[in-house]
Design a protein around this ligand. Structure first.
Ligand SMILES: Cc1ncc(C[n+]2csc(CCOP(=O)(O)OP(=O)(O)O)c2C)c(N)n1
Length: 318
């Protein structure tokens, strides 16, 4: 079982013992740091953390400084998952051989990667860890772009977004493909727990992280991480961008248990149109030209259909 922190209110949560210190050079307004703080603040357990190459890693470990007040390793772009899986296996083996203090609680093993590291380049390693059933949590900081290297598209980049390798211009509306449904793919591994979270819905997020830590076996968390630099909204509007994402249902919040039981965890009182979400982010501004309006309409239809599907899955429990 995990050593869960009691969360009374936002003030007590935000001032809880810090294991992710303020000293980092992430962009002002970057959601990565909010998400990581929320995750680390959700537990009192010892942590073994790995970070794939990406914004989080380069900005939190500039030698000789570190933002991490816990065991932490930077590993290759592709294998943050296998690094903590290896540590978890070693911990198990040492325990079995009686070489660890039996009174010491087991640590939690957590890997962080961006969407480039998760949806694309590290995917086979993550899939392997989930197939082998390691007792670990993998968190994708999903900013829908390879932010650290200048904003190239990933398979998480949504259709119509202007990214440096899929730029909008006189003959292009930007990215041509729909975002990959990573949560469905990870649930299809039969993982005991997968969930989507967003930092603005912090209570929902903490609950899911605590559920994840209390779960035995591999846990996948897809965290929406609004990127002020690549989504091009003002840096003080990260929470507003995140609110628009969850209230438009572009990024619905739900969890899937054992690959089957689906629970929707946030139902907006007033669902806002997808176009309001898009209008907030200049990476989509060209979609408002008359010739590209159809992309917004199609997007709205997809969001409606997905929401309908999620609700039917929730009722059917399959
Ligand atoms: C195998 C490999 N390919 C490419 C790179 C170069 N690289 C380093 S960080 C990065 C972008 C990371 O993007 P993402 O995983 O989405 O995380 P973000 O920076 O957006 O948080 C790239 C392409 C690398 N270090 N290793």
């Amino acid at each position: 079982m995990s050593n869960q922190k009691e969360i009374k209110n936002l003030k007590s949560f935000s001032t809880a013992a810090e294991r992710f210190e303020g000293a980092h050079v992430l962009c002002p307004g970057c959601a990565h740091s909010i998400i990581v703080r929320e995750i680390l603040n959700a537990t009192n357990d010892n942590l073994v953390v790995s970070a794939a190459t990406g914004c989080l890693e380069v900005c939190t470990a500039i030698y000789p400084h570190t933002s991490w007040d816990c065991s932490w390793i930077h590993i290759g772009f592709e294998n943050a998952s296998t690094a903590v899986a290896g540590a978890e296996s070693m911990h198990k083996a040492l325990k079995r051989k009686g070489r660890l203090d039996p009174n010491q609680k087991d640590p939690k093993f957590v890997a962080f990667g961006g969407d480039g590291a998760t949806y694309d380049i590290g995917f086979q390693w993550i899939s392997g860890c989930f197939e082998r059933g390691h007792d670990m949590m993998y968190v994708c900081l999903d900013n829908e772009v390879y932010a650290n290297t200048g904003g190239q598209r990933s398979s998480s980049t949504p259709i119509g977004a202007s990214a440096t390798t899929s730029p909008a211009g006189s003959t292009s509306y930007g990215e041509k493909k729909n975002k990959k449904d990573m949560l469905a793919i990870m649930a299809a591994h039969g993982a005991p727990y997968v969930a989507q979270v967003a930092p603005n819905k912090w209570k929902d997020m903490v609950k899911k992280i605590q559920t994840g830590f209390a779960t035995e076996g591999p846990v996948f968390i897809n965290a929406m991480s609004a990127c002020t630099t690549e989504w091009k909204f003002p840096m003080h509007k990260t929470v507003e961008a995140s609110d628009l994402a969850v209230d438009s249902l572009v990024f619905p919040l739900y969890e899937i248990i054992n690959g089957t039981e689906l629970n929707i965890t946030y139902r907006p009182k007033n669902v806002i149109p997808v176009r309001d979400y898009l209008a907030f982010q200049p990476r989509f501004k060209h979609l408002f030209k008359p010739q590209y309006e159809y992309i917004i309409d199609e997007w709205q239809k997809r969001v409606d259909a997905k929401w309908d599907y999620l609700q039917r899955r929730e009722e059917a429990r399959v």
